[in-house]
Design a protein around this ligand. Structure first.
Ligand SMILES: *Cc1c(COP(=O)(O)O)cnc(C)c1O
Length: 352
């Protein structure tokens, strides 16, 4: 069947981003592929990443994500970043998944073949042991021969003011000083771009940057390339006469006769409904406005004067002149939310 909407995933852009990020971090990468690889398709992204020499492992947020990845890529470490239930820990360890550990009780309960990454809470206040406690937990893990890594997560590394991130880094380094040598990791994309190489860190965890995006004030630091293009087909082309309205609520009134294309992408596919009134798409080589409310499965676009027909593609976002950053801004949100919200009905296709 012809697909109605596609996300084209560029293997060369992803490989490029991984190389430049690893070089800047001075470390191998523990690539976050949680939430379906930020919407890009975890099967496609993990396949490319597992073959990249700068990638040490893949990081995920849920036990289900970890289980699937560990089965697909038994030779590439999978790291689970959030705590499993006690019932899940054993089967995940059996699959080789590296498990996060924050408490002495968790450290004691792990099976003897488990590999643990000590989670340190240095100020995010989301997960992990506070620094004082973390040293004791890490030492116990080391005693049991289970301690492979240690990590923390920055709350503000993508902001201009790095003072709190620097404080978090100091807290993390003081914990590391109380442990035997481990694979330490803390840098998200913002930190890799802002700080570059961090002493003592064997790994870095840039997520959004690996998919091609940097916070606005860090955009020039590395030549990142957006990995995803989303396109959908024109389902219908019709005339709307002057004075008629388009879509739900009749928000848009045609000022003169228009040619309107209906495109197979709506908010159920992740195209933000809040972008109504601002969104544009790329069609027939031009940027054209979306008219009226974005619907669940479709949206309508002014194609007056363009040579387009049913079956042609329109880009909802691309790697060049209509980025997901722009779409997120129209939708009043961030790239992360638009990318991870891309619906299941959009076919992911790996391209060069
Ligand atoms: C999602 C996540 C990352 C990646 O963050 P980016 O902002 O996408 O670079 C890194 N570490 C942890 C613990 C995460 O949850």
């Amino acid at each position: 069947m012809l697909s109605r909407a596609q996300a084209l995933i560029s293997a060369s852009a992803l490989n490029h981003n991984l190389s430049v990020l690893a070089a800047r971090a001075g470390a191998r990468l523990l690539l976050p592929v949680k939430a379906n690889a930020y919407g890009h398709g975890v099967d496609l992204v993990s396949g490319v990443a597992a073959a990249h020499p700068d990638v040490w492992g893949l990081a995920v947020a849920t036990p289900q994500e970890a289980e699937r990845l560990a089965r697909w890529h038994p030779r590439t470490p999978t790291v689970l970043l959030t705590p499993p239930t006690p019932e899940e820990a054993g089967p995940l360890a059996d699959l080789g998944v590296r498990l996060p550990v924050s408490t002495l009780a968790e450290a004691e309960a792990l099976p003897p073949h488990a590999r643990a990454h000590l989670k340190v809470d240095t100020g995010m206040n989301r997960l992990g042991a506070r620094p004082e406690e973390a040293v004791r937990v890490g030492q116990r893990l080391a005693q049991r021969g289970l301690l492979e890594g240690a990590y923390t997560h920055f709350a503000t590394a993508d902001e201009q003011d790095l003072s709190f991130a620097q404080e978090q880094l100091r807290r993390f380094q003081s914990v590391l000083a109380g442990l035997p040598p481990v694979l330490a990791h803390c840098a998200n994309g913002g930190a890799v771009l802002s700080f570059g190489a961090l002493p003592g860190m064997g790994l870095a965890r840039p997520g959004l940057a690996a998919y091609g995006f940097a916070p606005p004030h860090l955009r020039g630091v590395l030549p990142l390339r957006p990995v995803m293009t989303v396109r959908a087909r024109i389902n219908a082309v019709h005339t709307v006469y002057a004075g008629e309205t388009v879509s739900y609520g009749g928000l848009y009134t045609a000022p003169h006769d228009l040619q309107v294309a209906t495109i197979g992408m709506g908010y159920a596919d992740g195209y933000p409904r809040n972008a109504t009134g601002q969104a544009q798409v790329k069609v027939g080589g031009q940027r054209r406005p979306v008219l009226g409310r974005i619907c669940m499965d479709q949206c309508m676009v002014d194609v007056t004067g363009l040579d387009v027909k049913v079956g042609d593609w329109a880009d909802l976002w691309n790697a060049h002149d209509l980025t997901v950053s722009q779409v997120a801004e129209w939708g009043g949100t961030i790239e992360y939310e638009v990318l991870t919200g891309l619906g299941e009905r959009v076919e992911r296709v790996l391209v060069d």
